[in-house]
Design a protein around this ligand. Structure first.
Ligand code: AMP
Ligand code: MG
Length: 406
């Protein structure tokens, strides 16, 4: 393990991330799913449109379609109606027009549509009260999507808008990467599941619920294996079983060097430890390795450490495995510190902050206690303050890098 510049024995987050991502190659499996089922899935192939959208010239207004040019002094005879879904079939002469509604096909002879508000209509004639230009209020063939265009590229995570876009081309099924199977469990004799009563020295297991949500949010299959006690045998058994039919295993807790921390020893026994201890705060002890063909992430147990290490390290690696071509890394901007921020040189720190816009300036302050057991301050936060390893604190009024949560 190479040392981080400031902290012997620790690897910098950037080095660690590079190493982990290169050990988490994109998987090859795919499946066909209906458009309805494809939200948040990652495209395995480009999607090409086999049609023009719109497929025919149509009106963007309720009004009257007419040939251009027209005689401004004369009134025009209404010769028929073009409804959405029921086009007008006849021809339209120079001094004629057709009543037309939004989305209805434009008759071949017509070149523009005058809004109904801009005419004086009589029984079967109209007189324009405002002039209309050639092509006005007309949507052309392929205005939105041209025939044979690639509308979405391989590696994209599908959004609600994308589903509409695919449907507008008449495509019913899409090919997506198969879902990553991610098994996870908590370790710790002190942990009890929610819904039960706390005994002496016990706490509720919160990490499993956070992880479940983070995995689902990513569009992967979350396989909850519960709480495993602080016993090497039990951990070994759980890891070996999970490694047989999952792509990834994530555990929380027991990854440090205490007497009740078994994760790294067990990983070394049944698999391979690639990396341990990264120069970030919170989250220093983090194990990454391989069990059979399954990637393993051992995250620290403190709830904030679990979250930060997942977001900063695990998520980019999983995204690479899932075939994503665009990272969903949090956007970084600069903000002004409202008060001084404490920091000791050595590790890259992610402090929890609240950023506000005051007089068009981004102003940030800590969202509360920064202990890695204090989840409430992360819940209140809307950004991380990102403090590089060599930073020794930020003075009031200085610029600081923040990562926005949304
Ligand atoms: P560990 O990483 O096992 O040394 O645990 C560090 C701290 O995180 C301890 O205070 C644990 O009680 C706490 N902890 C570990 N796992 C969980 C969990 N699943 N939910 C909430 N707290 C946890
Ligand atoms: Mg523990």
């Amino acid at each position: 393990m190479s040392d981080c510049c400031n902290t012997p024995g620790l690897q910098s987050m950037e080095q660690a991330l590079k190493q982990i991502i290169s050990s988490c190659p994109t998987m090859s499996g795919f499946e066909n799913v209906s458009v309805k089922k494809s939200l948040h899935r990652v495209l395995y192939t480009d999607i090409q449109s086999n049609i023009n959208v719109p497929p025919f010239r149509n009106s963007s207004m309720d009004g009257y379609a007419l040939p251009y040019p027209y005689d401004t002094k004369k009134s025009l005879r209404i010769t028929g109606t073009s409804w959405a879904g029921h086009p007008f079939q006849g021809s339209v002469a120079k001094d004629e027009c057709v009543r037309i509604f939004t989305g209805a096909q434009l008759p071949n002879d017509c070149d523009c549509v005058v809004m109904q508000e801009n005419v004086r209509a009589q029984e079967d004639t109209i007189q324009l009260t405002t002039p209309v230009c050639k092509y006005e209020n007309i949507r052309n063939i392929g205005d939105d999507i041209q025939l044979d265009t690639i509308i979405l590229h391989k590696g994209r995570t599908l959004t609600p808008v994308d589903l509409g876009l695919i449907a507008s081309c008449g495509i019913a099924d899409v090919t997506v990467y198969r879902k990553l199977n991610i098994a996870f469990f908590s370790t710790g004799d002190e942990l009890v599941p929610i819904g039960s009563t706390l005994g002496t020295g016990q706490i509720y297991d919160s990490n499993r619920y956070t992880l479940h949500a983070l995995i689902e949010e990513l569009g992967a299959q979350a396989i909850d294996l519960g709480v495993i006690p602080d016993q090497a045998d039990a951990i070994e058994e759980a890891l070996l079983a999970a490694s047989k039919n999952n792509d990834v295993i994530i555990t929380t807790g027991g990854v440090s060097v205490g007497e009740a921390d078994y994760i790294v020893d067990v990983l070394a026994k049944i698999g391979q430890v690639d990396l341990w201890k990264i120069a970030i705060k919170p989250g220093k002890p983090l194990a990454f390795g391989l069990i059979n063909n399954c990637r393993f992430f051992g995250l620290p147990g403190n709830p904030v450490s679990t979250l930060v290490t997942f977001q900063q390290i695990v998520r980019p690696a999983l995204e690479n495995m899932m075939g994503l071509n665009r990272s969903s890394a949090l956007v970084e901007v600069q903000a002004t510190a409202l008060s001084a921020i404490q920091k000791i040189a050595g590790r890259k720190e992610f402090q929890r902050g609240i950023v506000k816009t005051i007089n068009k300036q981004l102003i940030v302050e800590p969202s509360g206690g920064q202990g890695s057991h204090i989840l409430s301050s992360l819940s209140k936060a809307n950004c991380y303050l990102v403090l590089e390893p060599d930073c020794t604190g930020i003075k009031e009024g200085e610029q600081v890098t923040i990562q926005l949560f949304s």
